[in-house]
Design a binder for this molecule. Structure first.
Ligand SMILES: NC(=O)c1ccc[n+]([C@@H]2O[C@H](COP(=O)([O-])OP(=O)(O)OC[C@H]3O[C@@H](n4cnc5c(N)ncnc54)[C@H](O)[C@@H]3O)[C@@H](O)[C@H]2O)c1
Length: 347
């Protein structure tokens, strides 16, 4: 049993990963300020994790930009033991919002991460799994994208993730003993197959799958497809979607590798290596839900790429991890969550 601190553990990816880690027998402290999540998510994580799990989860409502809140979290392990590793999900992730309010992104994503690293140093914890993003690659020229591709983000969100990645590399170079994984996620979607936890974005969803499922359930009238003239077989953009349960497994594998191997800085793509177009996703969702998803093709958005697909080989080689779940399963589980919770955790 490892004592873990999970920042942002009430969020979409954090809640699914927390469940998996509780099921694996670990003991967790979650720190979250509920900026983009609900305490209900962690209540349901405990319900799914079953009897006894409540003794291995402490939730601290707090902000990663507060040294006092972080100290509280580091001292809160249910066993009273020191925290051995941190999984750092807390952050802001909406590209469009980051363009309008870059300082907020630099504050939460960069300054929040710096506070966390200082707290880790102060508490003698040097093992970290960090949520990075394929956004750090910007608009790469070659596909699939390997980890060696240039880091050239094109929006404030991507800049803030790339800056944290750099800060982690500088830290690992400055002091022996750090075990750090920088995980670059592609497009996480889906939900726990029970339909009890899932993605609950506040406001208008920024990502395709929550939007599609809100159209299917009748919360929104139609999907806007940004660009029908991309150089792809059906003209719509292609992305690499990864089921959130596969992503959670990727975190567990990365954590196991960090704890078992000598100190290192590991940088890995977490994606499936398979691309699906927006229109393919719409069709897959229609067959999973039995509902029609009306859509309109509108102009391209600035900064979008025709196609973004991961080269996932390094993660397979280093972690023995690869995705298992298909687009049909992603749509099935998103639909199950959306249907049972048409208004997310709010009812
Ligand atoms: N979902 C994606 O498409 C995607 C893709 C690539 C990378 N990521 C990264 O993965 C991480 C998790 O993403 P997610 O989809 O679960 O997002 P999310 O918004 O559902 O979860 C983030 C969590 O962090 C919390 N949080 C935000 N600011 C905080 C602060 N200052 N202090 C404490 N808690 C705070 C939020 O309340 C939320 O619970 C983020 O860092 C995101 O940038 C996400």
């Amino acid at each position: 049993m490892t004592q873990l601190l999970i920042t942002g553990g009430a969020g979409f990816i954090g809640s699914h990963t927390s469940l998996l880690l509780l099921e694996a027998g670990h003991s967790l402290v979650v720190i979250d300020n509920y900026d983009n999540s609900s305490p209900e998510a962690l209540r349901r994580v405990l319900e799914l994790a079953g009897p006894g799990a409540a003794d291995r989860l402490v939730v601290v409502e707090g902000d990663i930009r507060s040294a006092a809140d972080l100290d509280k979290a580091f001292a809160a392990a249910p066993s009273g033991q020191p925290i051995e590793a941190v999984i750092h999900f807390a952050g802001l992730k909406a590209v469009g919002e980051s363009v309008g309010d870059p300082l907020r992104y630099w504050d939460v994503n960069l300054s929040g991460s710096r506070h966390l690293l200082k707290a880790m140093q102060a508490h003698g914890c040097r093992t970290l799994v960090f949520s990075s993003s394929c956004t750090v690659y910007g608009l790469p020229e070659t596909m699939p994208i390997g980890e060696g591709a240039a880091i050239q983000p094109i929006n404030p969100y991507g800049h803030s993730k790339a800056a944290v990645e750099q800060m982690l590399a500088d830290l690992a170079a400055s002091e022996a003993g750090w075990r750090i994984a920088r995980l670059r996620y592609f497009n996480p979607v889906g939900a726990h197959p029970s339909g009890r936890i899932g993605e609950d974005p506040s406001g208008i969803p920024n990502n395709l799958l929550p939007f599609v499922s809100q159209v299917a359930v009748g919360r929104r009238t139609e999907l806007q497809v940004f660009g029908g003239d991309w150089p792809t077989p059906d003209g719509s953009g292609i992305r690499d979607y990864i089921h959130v349960m596969d992503l959670a497994e990727g975190h567990r594998a990365a954590l196991d590798a960090l704890l078992a191997e000598p100190p290192q800085l590991l940088t890995l793509n977490l994606g499936s290596g398979q691309g699906h177009s927006v229109l393919e996703v719409v069709r897959a969702f229609e067959s999973a839900s039995g509902r029609t998803v009306p859509y309109a093709i509108v102009a391209r958005r600035d900064g979008d790429a025709a196609c973004t697909v991961a080269d996932p080989h390094l993660a397979a080689e280093r972690l023995g991890w690869r995705t298992r779940l298909s687009l049909a399963e992603m749509c099935r589980d998103s639909w199950c969550w959306q249907q049972a919770n048409p208004h997310g955790y709010g009812g």
